[in-house]
Design a protein around this ligand. Structure first.
Ligand SMILES: Nc1ncnc2c1ncn2[C@@H]1O[C@H](COP(=O)(O)OP(=O)(O)OP(=O)(O)O)[C@@H](O)[C@H]1O
Ligand SMILES: [Mg+2]
Length: 326
C-alpha cells in the first residue's frame, strides 16, 4: 500500500483568465480523513474533481493510490468513490431501489446488487427507511444514502465534497458517524468543508486552500493554535468604550485584541479560558464598562484565515458560542 492515498504536486487548472488551482499541493495519508478547508471559490470542488479525473489538469502531477490521474484516469476511477456537493439520488425511488440501481450501473448483476444494497443500508443505518421513497427522507438520511451510493464498489479512496452543507446539527452528526465508520473499514477520505469545527471533528490533517493554493497544512490542533487559543469576546453597550474594553482583554490575551466598532465587539485569543473569562468580567465591572454580552468561543475558519492571510473569508459565519456568562 502506498503511504499517500492522494498526492498532488503543483497542480493547475485554469478557467479563462482565472486559475482555480494555481500550483496546489496536497498529501493525504492512507487510512485517514483529510480535510480540505477553504472559503467559497477557493478551489475545493475543482481540486476534488481534478483528483477524481472529472477535469483535466493544465499542469502539475497528481496520483491516487499511486496511480497517475492524467496518464491512467480509468485506473484511478476504479479505485475511487465521489459524492458531489449536490446529491445524485433519485427522489421517486426508495433508498433500496436507488442503491440497487447504482449496483447495476456498476455491472454488479441483480443478486449481488441487492446484497450490496442490503449491506450498505445496514452500515449507514437506513434499514428502517430502506423501502420508503427518498422524497420523504430528511437531509441527513439523503446524505447517508448518497454516501452509501458512492460506496457500492468499496472504493479505496472516497472524495466527499461538502457532505454536510445545509444539514442541521443532527444531520451533520449522522454524516460524521457514517464517515468514521468508512474509515474504520479501511477507506481513505478526502473531505472538503467550509467549517473548521467539522474538519476538527473528523480529520487528522487539514489543508487550508485559498485562491487555488495550499496556504497551510497541519493538524486541526495546530491550525487552531495559529489563532492563539480559544477566543474571548465582549460586546459593549457603547462603541466609545471599545478601547477601554480592549485594554482589559489585552491583559489576559495571548495576542493583541481585535475590535469591530460596527458590532461593538472586541475579541482576543486566550490560553486559560475560564480564568481569563472570570478576570475580564471582574475587571470590566470594576471599571464600570457596560457589557451586553461576554463569552468564549472556539476559533472558526474565519479566525484562522484572518490570521494567515490578513483577510476575512467572504461570508463569515456567525460566531459559535461555547459558553456564555453575562
Ligand atoms: N466551470 C467553471 N468555469 C469557470 N470558472 C469556474 C468553473 N468552476 C469553477 N470556477 C471558478 O474557479 C474558482 C474555484 O471554484 P471552486 O468551485 O473549485 O471553489 P470551491 O472552493 O469549491 O467553492 P464553494 O465553497 O463555493 O463550493 C472560482 O473562482 C470559480 O468561480
Ligand atoms: Mg465547491
Amino acid at each position: 500500500m502506498t503511504e499517500y492515498a492522494v498526492r498532488a504536486e503543483a497542480i493547475r487548472k485554469r478557467y479563462g483568465d482565472t486559475y482555480a488551482l494555481d500550483g496546489f499541493d496536497l498529501a493525504v495519508r492512507t487510512g485517514t480523513v483529510h480535510g480540505l478547508l477553504g472559503p467559497n471559490g477557493a478551489g475545493k470542488t475543482t481540486a476534488v474533481r481534478a483528483l477524481a479525473t472529472l477535469l483535466k489538469l493544465d499542469g502539475g502531477r497528481a496520483t491516487v493510490a499511486g496511480v497517475d490521474v492524467s496518464r491512467d484516469p480509468r485506473g484511478v476511477r476504479s479505485l475511487i468513490g465521489l459524492t458531489g456537493q449536490y446529491a445524485a439520488v433519485d427522489e421517486i425511488l426508495t433508498g433500496r431501489q436507488n442503491l440497487e440501481m447504482f449496483g447495476r450501473l456498476f455491472h454488479l448483476g441483480g443478486r449481488r446488487a441487492a446484497l450490496r444494497a442490503g449491506e450498505l443500508l445496514e452500515r449507514f443505518d437506513l434499514v428502517e427507511a430502506a423501502d420508503k421513497g427518498v422524497g420523504g427522507y430528511s437531509g441527513g438520511m439523503r446524505r447517508r444514502l448518497d454516501l452509501a451510493a458512492s460506496m457500492i464498489l468499496a472504493p479505496r479512496v472516497l472524495f466527499l465534497d461538502e457532505p454536510t452543507t445545509g444539514l442541521d446539527p443532527r444531520g451533520r452528526g449522522e454524516v460524521w458517524d457514517a464517515v468514521r465508520s468508512l474509515v474504520a473499514n479501511g477507506t481513505t477520505v478526502l473531505l472538503t468543508t467550509q467549517y473548521l469545527d467539522e474538519a476538527d471533528k473528523l480529520a487528522s490533517h487539514i489543508t487550508l486552500i485559498d485562491q487555488g493554493r495550499a496556504i497551510a497544512d497541519d493538524t486541526p490542533a495546530e491550525l487552531k493554535n495559529t489563532v492563539g487559543g480559544d477566543l474571548i469576546e465582549v460586546v459593549v453597550y457603547e462603541s466609545r468604550e471599545l478601547p477601554a474594553a480592549a485594554q482589559v482583554l489585552a491583559r489576559v490575551a495571548s495576542a493583541p485584541p481585535g475590535t469591530d466598532p460596527e458590532t461593538r465587539r472586541v475579541h482576543a485569543p486566550v490560553a486559560d479560558r475560564v480564568a481569563a473569562l472570570t478576570e475580564v468580567a471582574r475587571e470590566l465591572r470594576d471599571r464600570g464598562i457596560a457589557v451586553e454580552d461576554i463569552g468564549l468561543r472556539r476559533p472558526s475558519l474565519d479566525d484562522v484565515f484572518l490570521r494567515l492571510t490578513g483577510r476575512r473569508t467572504e461570508a463569515a459565519p456567525a460566531p459559535e458560542k461555547t459558553e456564555v456568562a453575562a
